[in-house]
Ligand binder design. Structure first.
Ligand code: PLP
Length: 433
């Protein structure tokens, strides 16, 4: 029977290739770090053989913001976790899959971010897909930024609430949508609204939730969280922020885009797969009643194994030692980010981002430029990725450089130099010396 389907899949794969959207996967031969060995990457146009092994490259496209992904100290913390709690729980949490390490980590997440409670998941993707349908029903409403991460989009798809997609960080658009829903349905929280003739949801009071990424990952721009909270108060909505790219990176204390705002943000989701470690793991933190409901009803915790203890152990180590030790990496990261940005600006490149986040988009415009430039940089020993439509809007293709605390000045100089050379070659930057 499969023969008929085989043709279909082959056609689909062909289509992906021909549309230029095929993703060539670079295989690491060693640890993730500022310097990596990539095996047989087809980005190297000159090498058609399978023997293009172990190309040494400077890595500028990982989320390894604090450089902890290859840290021996974290590996050691993970080993301690394995020794103490074993390889895994072989269970979902509510049956027999919760260890002390999960409890300790959840308490520590709450302390670190200043929330009432927290629940861990095996990833932030799971945290997000397990969130919305658990707390929102038919008759409720979710207001989601158009640039939100795929895991928020998928999570929202699973829930029966009415969906509103507002323009990226456009507060007027968000307000218009909140107002439209409130005037039509009411929030159940504001009696004066109901007096004006709107009807509350028939089943129960309607819940409204605004969901946003803390940092929009293609642009390196922070969400207007404070303004979102103002609108939430005005219209009786809750606020959810996914701060996966912000946690450990933004804010004077590394609490992320939400730093100083956690008394107004009701739900925070984030990952241990980026700055706060690199291996994986995620969590939802916030109001204690919401976290309790997630423990009771969230499908990605009820029907999926608990976070492996080794990851929980390493994550706990990062949070416990963040203020005394890892905070210096955050400072280094901020310094590196401005160092690289100013080098690139001097070369005449147009950069996106707000300069605070280590995501540094080099704006190129045409789709072909981004792909071609990334391939050329590869031959200069610089590993970066071109991002093109549909990941970013048409005509806004870019190379997304991601700076890490692990990059040395020399490595950033080398990258900027390569960008300069290739940029000139391709006529992207003005010729200056
Ligand atoms: C990376 C990312 C995720 C996914 O995190 P995982 O823990 O790897 O599943 C979710 N949301 C946002 C905004 C992210 O940037």
């Amino acid at each position: 029977m499969y023969q008929a389907y085989k043709r279909q899949f082959e056609d689909e794969l062909k289509e992906i290739r021909e549309s230029g959207m095929w993703k060539e996967v670079g295989v690491l031969e060693g640890k993730q770090g500022a310097e990596i060995l990539i095996k047989n990457d087809k980005n190297d146009e000159n090498d058609k053989s399978d023997k293009n092994k172990g190309t040494k490259l400077l890595n500028f496209c990982a989320n390894n913001y604090l450089g902890l992904a290859s840290s021996d100290e974290l590996a050691q913390a993970a080993i301690e976790g394995v020794k103490k709690y074993g390889f895994g729980e072989a269970s979902v949490r509510f049956i027999v899959g919760t260890s002390m390490i999960h409890k300790d980590l959840e308490k520590e997440i709450s302390r670190f971010f200043g929330t009432e409670d927290a629940i861990t998941y095996t990833s932030c993707f799971d945290a997000n897909t397990g969130l919305f349908e658990t707390i929102l029903k038919e008759g409720d409403a979710i207001f989601s930024d158009e640039l939100n991460h795929a895991s928020i989009i998928d999570g929202v798809r699973l829930c029966k609430a009415e969906r509103f997609r507002y323009k990226n960080s456009d507060m007027a658009d968000l307000e218009a949508k909140l107002k439209e829903f409130r005037d039509r349905v009411g929030t159940g929280l504001d009696p004066s609204v109901n007096e004006r003739g709107s009807k509350p949801s028939p089943t129960r009071e309607s819940r409204l939730l605004i969901a946003t990424d803390g940092v929009f990952s293609m642009d390196g721009i922070t969400a207007k969280i404070s303004q979102i909270c103002d609108l939430a108060e005005k219209y009786g909505a809750m606020v959810m922020v996914d701060d996966s790219h912000g946690s450990g990176v933004l804010g004077e204390h590394g609490r992320g885009a939400v730093e100083g705002l956690m008394d107004r943000v009701d739900i925070l989701t984030s990952t241990f797969g980026k700055a706060l470690g690199g291996a994986g793991g995620g969590f939802t933190a916030g109001r204690k009643e919401i976290i309790q409901v997630l423990h009771q009803r969230s499908r990605t915790t009820l029907f999926s194994n608990s976070l492996p203890p080794m990851i929980a152990s390493a994550a706990l180590h990062v949070l416990q030692n963040f203020d005394s030790k890892f905070i210096s990496l955050r400072k280094q990261l901020a310094e590196n980010t401005s160092y690289f940005r100013s080098a690139m600006e001097k070369l005449g490149f147009a950069l996106g981002g707000d300069g605070r986040h280590p995501i540094t988009p080099v704006m190129l415009g045409e789709e072909k430029l981004a792909t071609e430039m990334a391939a050329k940089l590869f031959t200069h020993g610089i590993y970066v990725r071109g991002f093109t439509y549909p990941v970013v809007p048409k005509g806004k293709a870019r190379i997304r450089v991601q700076i890490s605390a692990a990059h040395t000045k020399e490595q950033m100089d080398k990258a900027a130099e390569a960008f300069g050379k290739v940029g000139k070659e391709m006529g992207i930057t003005e010729k200056r010396e």
